[in-house]
Every structure is written in structure tokens, then in C-alpha cells.
Write a protein that binds this ligand. Sequence first.
Ligand code: SER
Length: 316
Amino acid sequence: MKTVLVTGALGQIGSELVAKLRSLYGDNHIVGTDIRSDADSPVVCGGPFEILDVTDGERFLEIGKKYHVDAVVHLAAVLSATGEAKPQFAWHLNMTGLVNGLETARQLQCQLFTPSSIAAFGPSTPKDSTPQDTIQRPNTIYGVTKVSGELLCDYYHQRFGVDTRGVRFPGLISYVTPPGGGTTDYAVEIYYHAVKEKKYTSYIAAGTKMDMMYMPDALEAIVQLMEADPARLIHRNAFNITAMSFAPEDVAAAIQARIPEFLLTYDVDPVRQRIAESWPNSIDARCAVDEWGFQPRYDLESMTKDMLEKLVSRGR
Ligand code: SER
């Protein structure tokens, strides 16, 4: 049974991925790490957990050695809107963290999965059906770290034989741990507000389409790509994946189908709007489908049904 080290384990993806990986590979085989602890979190009390600042390369390697890890899932990162507020910090955390993850993987000869993002594209990228291989000139620091990360992961694979793999995640929607500091966060907040207040003010303008995915599909994609037969992989860092593409009014309509009184208003944030406009309207995930069988299960309608039911049952 393989042992996996997960960074950013208390974050939006990590908190759910650790639970899924523990159910697949056994509680003791998944080592959660984060810069902070949370005694109430199942990530901390349900199996091995270590405090790790990913910019500390020695500690990263030490934890990897202590648990004899076979794979690193490196999730710790600053997202797009926080990145624009603190560009130097975003570069430092995202790049130094990744270099330390790659060095740990190289020295322990293990696999490394790290997510890229739709943010790896920019204003000069074709906006509709954005191809796997295309122009990548992002104009956010977050996007710059994501393109740099993709290149660095490919380099470590070619130069050192490290088994690096990654996906370009769209906005991820979930109900366990909220995201923080991203541009697509509105698509999560809108559900929380719909359940609590029956209204939401969007900082993203009407008509702004972005790719999105429900968390269960994102987790399944990580596991599937990490397990994929390497002989089938033409690409590695990183695969376009998407489940749906929508603008704020589309998700509002899906919510109104279940909560008719739900009201959407707008108060556009120029920083996040500019970021959103620099990203694709919808990306083409065909390479992920062909090379490792990516197949999302949720569309806007089925995700909305599940999100609202889960938030209501959790009393959010
Ligand atoms: N969800 C991220 C963000 O909005 C994109 O990767 O920053």
C-alpha cells in the first residue's frame, strides 16, 4: 500500500482529499501536513499529521523520509486574488514550496502531483474551447507561478525522471472547507448565501463565464491521474480538465429552480473581474479524456441539487 504526503491538507481541496485517500489507502498511509493545526479537523485526528511550512525544504524532506512516502500531493499555495494583493509573497510561497516538493520527490524517488489552474492562461489565449497546448501568457502573479510550475514539473520529469503529474483545475465548488483568496470563490459563496439569506451580491459581473467543477469530480481526477498508466500519458503538467462553464446568472438560475425567491445582485470588484476576464470562457479537456479517462459526473444542475442539500443538512 502506498504512502502519500499531502501539503495544504487543511485547505479546500486537502481537507476532502485526505479523507478520500485515507478511505482508499488506509488511514496510516496518508500524512496530512499544513502550516497550522486544527485539533477538531478529521485531517488532524484521523491519521498522521505534521506541521509543515512548505518553504522549509529540510523539514519537507525530513517528513517525507520519516514516513517513507511514495507520493507527494502538493496543494499548499496562494490563490489568484491574494496573489495580486501580495505578489512577492505569492511567488515565494508558490515557487519555493513547489521546488521543495520536487526536491523531496527527486531525493526519495517518488511521485509528485500538484495542481495547475485555468489561471495558467491569459488574455492572449484563445478563450473558447481553449486547447491543451496553446499560448500561456498569464497576467496575474498566481498564473505566472502556475505556468512556471508546469514547466518546472516537466523539467523534473525529463531531467531527473521524477513521476510528475498535474491538472489545470477550474474553479472548485465544495461544502466542507471554503476556498480563500481566489477569483472563482463567488461560485462557492453563492450557495452558502442562498441557503442562509436567499440572496447574494456577486463581485463577478454578469456574462463572465469561467470553467468550474464540483469537488467530488476534482478528487476523483486526482486519484485517477495519479494511478494512470504512464505509458498512456503524452502530457503530464498539466492537463486541462473541466466539468461545466457558467456565468453568475447561470448559477443563480440553477439555484432559483430550487429556491425561487433567491435574489442575485452585483457589486463588481475590478481586481477580480480583470482576473476573470483574462481566463478562458471554457477549456477543452479532450487530452485528459483520451490519455487517462477523465470523466466528470456533475453538471450545474446536479451539483446545485447536491450542494444545496448538503449545506442545508449541515446547517450552513
Ligand atoms: N480557483 C482559483 C482562483 O480563483 C483558480 O485556480 O484563484
